[in-house]
Ligand binder design. Structure first.
Ligand SMILES: [Zn+2]
Length: 339
């Protein structure tokens, strides 16, 4: 039986749904794939957008079917297309496994993302059943907790170690990098504060910036001369020493970049764009920045989208916080476009 885009079999199981979904996603991935050759082709941002379109297809109706993911065959049906898509995003070899491909592409496994959507959906439904109208901040907090649980589950999937907050920043490029801060409206230019290069990205920090030469020497000793992200991740997956060296590099470098960023935020002479925003000021800023051009404010925009993710407890919603590409607001029964 097919109802609102979900397929149920005679025993009210979703296996038929996952089979059909998996085939559809593989077909869609193949038809998009020729647009994204591994050599040349669009850059990572475009690749993530492409992955996001397919993720929104995959997670459609997730709160309804997420309980069915206790069956391994259903998880396998979801992972198959996700791996193909993650390899395309990360430009990795076909030999890279599912967990590694997801880490490379900076996307948690879909079955885990489905659990976040489900947790938020069921919490909201429960509140509505009690005739309560929770504030957007409360919903954001529920989503944050669910997301923290998800990251912990994701870590268990990975060999050798765990994804630290700062390791994720470098893997995803969403962190304290000039280019990212400029993109989210927190920096006037994407340049590097350490060396003055025109654009500061995760790759610049990792492989080029002269400000981190000493830390880079240690990293190269463990992972080799090739500091491209796919090569580093392959080294991390092969060798625990490489994993630890990369985690240590990210921890040292990113904590220093964040400290410098906080100093710039706290500078009283900094333009308003650069200053740290918290509490009521932060909410007022969000409301005003999301207000439509006519000046009328958008209702219920008190929580900025990046707060849907797990910032470290000590940093609140500072611009240095976002660790993982934001999970966008739910759409179509819980599905959402990717980061
Ligand atoms: Zn630099």
């Amino acid at each position: 039986m097919k109802y609102l885009g979900l397929t149920l079999d005679g025993r009210w199981h979703f296996t038929a749904h996952f089979k059909g979904l998996s085939e559809r996603l593989v077909r869609a991935a193949d038809s998009f794939g020729w647009l994204l050759p591994n050599l040349g082709g669009p850059r990572t941002r475009c690749r993530r957008l492409y992955a996001g379109v397919l993720k929104s297809m995959a997670l459609y109706g997730a709160p309804v079917w997420s309980d069915s993911l206790h069956r391994r065959e259903n998880v396998a049906l979801l992972r198959r297309p996700q791996r193909a898509i993650a390899l395309r995003v990360a430009r990795a070899y076909r030999t890279v496994g599912s967990a590694a491909a997801c880490a490379l592409a900076g996307t948690p496994p879909w079955e885990l993302e489905a659990s976040v959507l489900s947790a938020v959906y069921h919490w909201t439904a429960e509140q509505r059943a009690r005739d309560l109208r929770p504030a957007p901040e409360e919903r954001g907090a529920v989503r944050r907790h669910a997301h923290e649980d998800m990251v912990r589950d994701w870590e268990r999937d990975l060999p050798h170690g765990f994804l630290t907050y700062r390791l994720v920043q470098v893997l995803t490029g969403h962190g304290c990098f000039g280019n990212y801060l400029h993109k989210i409206g927190r920096e006037e230019s994407p340049s590097c504060h350490e060396c003055g290069a025109a654009v500061d990205t995760a790759q610049h920090t990792l492989a080029v910036c002269p400000g981190w030469e000493e830390q880079r020497r240690v990293l190269v000793g463990a992972v080799g001369q090739d500091l491209s992200l796919p090569s580093i991740v392959n080294a991390m997956l092969d060798d625990e020493r490489a994993w630890k060296a990369m985690a240590s590099f990210c921890e040292t470098v990113m904590s220093q970049k964040e400290a410098a960023e906080r100093e710039r935020e706290d500078d009283p002479s900094a333009p308003p764009l650069r200053r740290r925003r918290r509490g009521r000021r932060r909410r007022a800023y969000d409301r005003s920045s999301l207000a439509p051009p006519g000046g009328q404010q958008v209702v219920g925009t008190g929580v900025p989208p990046p707060a849907l993710h797990a910032p470290p407890p000590s940093r609140g919603n500072s611009a240095v916080s976002p660790a993982i590409p934001p999970i966008p607001p739910s759409q179509g029964g819980g599905a959402g476009p990717a980061s």
